[in-house]
Design a protein around this ligand. Sequence first.
Ligand SMILES: NC(=O)c1ccc[n+]([C@@H]2O[C@H](COP(=O)([O-])OP(=O)(O)OC[C@H]3O[C@@H](n4cnc5c(N)ncnc54)[C@H](OP(=O)(O)O)[C@@H]3O)[C@@H](O)[C@H]2O)c1
Length: 277
Amino acid sequence: MIHLTHITLHNGVKIPAIGLGTFRAKDNEAYQATLHALKVGYRHIDTAAIYRNEEEVGRAIKDSKVPRNDIFVTSKLWNTDQGYESAKAALQATLDRLALDYLDLYLIHWPKTYEKAADSWRAMEEMYQAGLLKSIGVSNFLFHHIEHLLETANITPMVNQVETHLFVQNQKLYDFCMAQGIYLEAYAPLASHEIEKLLADETLQAMAKAKGCTIPQIALKYQLDRNIIIIPKSATPSRIEENLNILDITFTDEEREILKGLNNGRKFFPDPDNIAF
Ligand SMILES: NC(=O)c1ccc[n+]([C@@H]2O[C@H](COP(=O)([O-])OP(=O)(O)OC[C@H]3O[C@@H](n4cnc5c(N)ncnc54)[C@H](OP(=O)(O)O)[C@@H]3O)[C@@H](O)[C@H]2O)c1
């Protein structure tokens, strides 16, 4: 069993710092990946209503025989469901598909209007108070989205899940969020569908060779060392294990500076201020 590390959110809830992402994992792939991940020691699974795989993820959780309380499950409120009543209905539909009676974390998937976010948040706060959600957060929120949400929120989000990898390190957003008690969660920590750009980087190739590990392992451990939660997706059993097996990797100050220097702002997901969905 591979050792796991945890981060304590501002409400005291512990989140395993490494989770399995499931974006673009459909049907049986999501089932197999979740089942394998739970078997080899993952205790944190990230899904979303829009991924259309909540049923498969839920089935794998059940079949894994791992006690429900030992697994941290995240899902997300899709854009068209934002609003007070619609958010409540969407959460219930998510719980039904996952066949669970609570989520460990529920996120507003993308910012739309400030009003929609505030209404959704009010519903999420109530569902949190009712025990259906152990923690609540946002995703793809920039500074101004968070500032506006905090104007009406009674509960500060515990997490902001944003695109974060070696090319987009988000130090300013990280500092801003941490000052509010909001942990950053890195989605696409391996550069997602553009992972080839990471694997082709000659600096990373040389570092991986010298350290006797892989480029994905370097990319993941670097974010973990920044106290950022990571949710790498893989549907390949050996990679699922590889991505979890990173805790022994350490960086010298010089290596950390090299990795910091790869930050070039190259995003692979839309600008949250200009989404067309
Ligand atoms: N909140 C949001 O808006 C949002 C947006 C995007 C993603 N997410 C979440 O974040 C998770 C991670 O992001 P992501 O799935 O976009 O991208 P990612 O985790 O950065 O990269 C996934 C890609 O890397 C490959 N891969 C994984 N481990 C590897 C390894 N060790 N060696 C070589 N290739 C490897 C995977 O291939 P195989 O599967 O074929 O192994 C897949 O093609 C998602 O799954 C989702 O849960 C959230």
